[in-house]
Design a binder for this molecule. Structure first.
Ligand code: C2E
Ligand code: MG
Ligand code: MG
Ligand code: MG
Length: 289
């Protein structure tokens, strides 16, 4: 907030910039260390299929277990990691950890469940498809275990290049979904060119359901576009039974949010799945943990 206030002149301005820079460098070196010393971990948030009435997948969400500051949410370090490029290493760690987890669940006798990994624009390079293929092979996993979530903004950089990468990932049999849909600037005409399976309605729209008529209109429009393009559609941030009812009525296929479960540590997630016998009724109400 102090930045740009010119009253105290250059000295004040640069002092403030310095503080920001030192803070960023501190977080960056801390994150480097975190990567090397096992301070990153993943929580898994169930995705429920309204159609099938059961958990059909989970989103892996990274956390940083900081020795002094405790559990740091991704919003506090992913943007910086994206700015510095360190997100590439974070992403490599996440893919590896998710596949190791999938292999453990597979060996424990669980049926394949799609584990979704968030992929930043900077990770979305020509080497990604091979890395995905190689990791699946090393962990002896069918592609049905893996989903990649990419944000609309990733698509803005170089459409033809991005589509070529998506095609290669999709050809592996790995599912692709468009995260935070509706918040970016992508032209609807591109939707038919992307080899994506799922549109993910951003939480900012879900939040306004059912009281905000604009949010309701946007959500149901996204659902109808998805239905007509034969894409699946999931709403994120579902917290109330009213939101669930609206989404269900509108033809939404899947939901994810605190109404069903918060993101859970792996053991809690596994316990939840076992307790529900893999068949959680979407009629279930009530909060997270
Ligand atoms: P996202 O991919 O859109 O993930 C959804 C976020 O919404 C998660 O926050 C999740 O915990 C939260 N959420 C889910 N249901 C509800 C709900 O009912 N109510 C509310 N208020 N929030 C809900 P989280 O875990 O803090 O992650 C934030 C963002 O950080 C993610 O947004 C994603 O963009 C990014 N992120 C997380 N993990 C990774 C990762 O491994 N790699 C990359 N590149 N980004 C990640
Ligand atoms: Mg996501
Ligand atoms: Mg999202
Ligand atoms: Mg979001």
């Amino acid at each position: 907030a102090k930045q740009g206030a010119e009253v105290d002149g250059v000295a004040f301005y640069s002092e403030d910039m310095n503080a920001g820079m030192h803070e960023r460098m501190r977080i960056e070196s801390g994150l480097r260390e975190a990567l090397g010393s096992g301070q990153l971990l993943l929580h898994y948030q169930p995705k429920f299929s309204i159609d099938e009435g059961r958990i059909i997948g989970a989103e892996a969400l990274v956390r940083w277990k900081h020795p002094e500051h405790g559990l740091i949410p991704p919003g506090d370090f992913i943007p910086l990691a994206e700015a510095t490029g360190l997100v590439v290493q974070v992403g490599e760690w996440v893919l590896e950890a998710v596949c190791a987890q999938a292999q453990a669940w597979k060996r424990a006798g669980l049926a394949p469940i799609r584990l979704a990994v968030n992929v930043s624009a900077r990770e979305f390079t020509a080497t990604l498809p091979h890395r995905v293929q190689d990791t699946l092979r090393r962990y002896d996993l069918e592609p049905a275990w893996l989903e990649l979530e990419i944000t609309e903004s990733t698509l803005m950089h170089n459409i033809d290049r991005v589509i070529a990468i998506m095609d290669r990932v999709s050809a592996l049999g790995v599912t692709l979904s468009l995260d935070d849909f509706g918040t970016g600037y992508s032209s609807l005409s591109y939707l038919k060119r992307f080899p994506i399976d799922t549109l993910k309605i951003d939480r900012s729209f879900t939040t306004g359901i059912p009281s905000d008529t604009n949010d309701c209109a946007i959500a149901s429009t996204i659902i109808s576009i998805a239905n007509q393009l034969a894409l699946r559609v999931i709403a994120e941030g579902v917290e109330t039974t009213e939101q669930l009812a609206f989404l269900q009525r509108s033809g939404c296929n899947e939901v994810q949010g605190y109404l069903f479960s918060r993101p859970l540590p792996p053991l809690d997630f596994e316990r939840t799945l076992r307790e529900k016998g893999w068949a959680v009724s979407t009629a279930r109400s009530g909060g997270g943990e």
